[in-house]
Design a protein around this ligand. Structure first.
Ligand code: IDC
Length: 547
């Protein structure tokens, strides 16, 4: 929680910054008991940052580990919440990959699988783990339209959850990267209509040619390239491709790997697997192992009875349980400090028990969660960092303590998001309505857009109240910009420079001992708000101190 203030020093002598008691919202019961706390609440949305993947609430590389479901059309018996719970509780998975079976022509094998996919995704979200929606095909580019409509629908319904990762194409086979890239460039915009979550893209030769992708990356800020390996078949040569991609600053994601041979069968190769695991650990690559299946082949973690563990199953459980012992989100208490990278900007920060002091010029930012009191709203994690105010319904309100040097107009820019639109805010001070603002749909609860309204705020200290006439929107922050903008002028005596002589002239004018002509008055109105007063004198002093 923070208030960013600009130009607060200017107001300091105009108005003493008295402290107001802070009214904290009582935690809602539902907030406490609703979801389990897992890696997603801790790390936030996954985001590429150079060749690393970081969390929106955790500004360092994130590595999560888990299992991949098998083709939905062939092992659908595992596609349910019971399996998700077992994978999280017994195996300690932090991520699950849903391999929706799609044939070589790019069509879903069994349309009914999408329902099962949704229940698995719902269960994963309830468990607070990451979940990959994998278009599990070897020929997806043969039917780009099918992928477009599928991902559009899933992104619309699930793209607002930080848990969700979109995998566009399991494994292109012998096709060029430019073909795969062309396909991805058509599918990505369908997802981006609704979600800025991580998108991972398969690479040619059964998702081995990450180096080719890194040489010709996709123009999107949150895309990683997929590397698959099978320890019984692949070794250092394939890791070399991974290293090459990383050295080109591409982010790599191992959405599928096996302990066995590339055909999915054979014995567990412990030696090779360990080499791969340490390579992935040293590069902080997240991974999912193939596969949650009881098919009679070496990669299946379940035996013929459908529930006992195979060699591969026991081995994976051991690896994942060992990782859990040191996983950051389980072992390091989350600090109270805001991990938002914006906190590193030089903008002065104040605590939220201080009111927002506006000056006659420049901008100041108020975090929406920083209300002095409210009714009916709740806070939630914001993809822009920190928290936002959400669950706003008609009749709910937040109020903010502000101080304004003189009655003047400010442009308020709200960072707001709304899934379905129809929101309306009435702004008031001391019972007087100052203006209203409509919040249309932004396409998602975390799709932030800026909406502006200009209000004349009364001089002095007051409570600015945002009343939801209609609900259905979230607010992250409010930027106040004095209409008239930055200070300019100052050369009141028109001698070609701004000096102490100008300040003397302005002082004389303010005490009535000086007349100003139009040109001089324009120079004296430093905040260009058509009023010449003590604020302009302050701005002028500031200018002199800087010079
Ligand atoms: C394999 C299954 C196998 C099935 C085959 C169908 O293990 O039982 O008959 O798919 O194509 C991959 C693929 C993954 C493969 C796996 C093992 O992504 O679908 O599963 N593999 O061959 N890439 C490399 C290996």
């Amino acid at each position: 929680m923070k208030i960013q203030k600009a130009f607060s020093a200017v107001c300091a002598f105009v108005m003493s910054a008295a402290l107001l008691p802070r009214v904290l919202p009582a935690p809602e019961l539902s907030e406490v008991s609703a979801a389990e706390s897992g890696p997603v609440s801790y790390y936030g949305q996954l985001q590429t940052s150079g060749n690393k993947i970081i969390g929106s609430s955790y500004n360092e590389p994130v590595q999560v580990k888990g299992m991949s479901f098998f083709w939905s059309n062939w092992q659908g018996q595992y596609w349910n919440s019971g399996t998700v719970d077992r994978m999280v509780e017994e195996f300690k998975c932090e991520i699950l990959r849903c391999s929706l079976g799609v044939d070589d022509q790019g069509s879903i094998y069994s349309g009914g699988d999408v329902g099962a996919l949704r229940s698995v995704m719902d269960a994963a979200i309830a468990k607070d783990i990451y979940v990959i929606v994998d278009w599990h095909s070897h020929g997806a580019h043969n039917n780009t339209n099918a992928a477009k409509s599928f991902f559009s629908e899933i992104a619309r319904d699930y793209g607002k959850y930080d848990n969700v990762i979109f995998e566009l194409y399991n494994e292109p086979t012998q096709v060029s990267w430019s073909t795969v890239k062309g396909y991805a460039e058509q599918v990505i915009p369908e997802i981006r209509k609704y979600s800025d979550n991580l998108i991972i893209v398969g690479t040619p030769t059964w998702s081995q040619d990450v180096d080719a992708a890194a040489n010709d990356p996709i123009n999107d800020s949150n895309v990683a390239y997929v590397l698959h390996f099978y320890a019984g078949t692949h070794g250092g040569e394939l890791r070399g491709k991974g290293d090459a991609a990383l050295s080109k600053n591409a982010a790599v994601f191992v959405s599928e790997w096996g302990t066995v041979n590339a055909d999915g069968d054979g014995a567990v190769n412990v030696g090779s697997t360990e080499e791969w695991l340490s390579w992935m650990d040293s590069n902080k690559l997240s991974w999912c192992n193939w596969a949650i299946s009881s098919k009679a082949e070496g990669s299946s973690i379940f035996g013929g009875d459908g529930s006992s563990l195979t060699d591969a199953g026991n081995y994976l459980k051991k690896i994942l349980n060992a990782h859990a012992e040191n996983a950051v989100w389980r072992t390091v208490p989350k600090s109270g400090t805001d991990p938002d990278p914006q906190t590193t900007t030089p903008t002065p920060q104040t605590q939220n028990n201080e009111r927002l002091s506006l000056s006659g010029s420049g901008s100041a930012v108020l975090e929406a969660e920083n209300y002095s009191s409210m009714s009916g709203v709740e806070l939630e994690d914001c993809t822009q960092g920190g928290k936002n105010v959400g669950y706003i319904e008609a009749g709910d309100w937040m109020s903010y303590s502000i101080s304004v040097p003189q009655t003047m107009k400010y442009e308020l820019t709200l960072d707001a998001a709304s899934e379905s639109g129809g929101g309306q805010i009435a702004f008031s001070c001391g019972g007087n309505t100052l203006g209203t603002l409509d919040i249309p749909s932004t396409g998602g609860w975390q799709n932030w857009q800026q909406f502006k309204v200009t209000l004349e705020l009364p001089a002095g200290v007051s409570e600015l109240k945002l009343n939801a006439q209609q609900g259905g929107f979230n607010v992250d922050k409010i930027t106040f910009t004095a209409v008239g903008g930055q200070a300019s002028g100052g050369d009141i005596n028109r001698d070609g420079s701004v000096s102490a002589a100008d300040a003397v002239m302005l002082c004389k004018y303010l005490i009535g001992n000086e007349q100003l002509n139009d040109e001089q008055a324009k120079q004296a109105d430093l905040d260009s708000n058509q009023v010449i007063n003590v604020i302009d004198l302050t701005l002028l002093k500031r200018m002199l101190l800087r010079n």
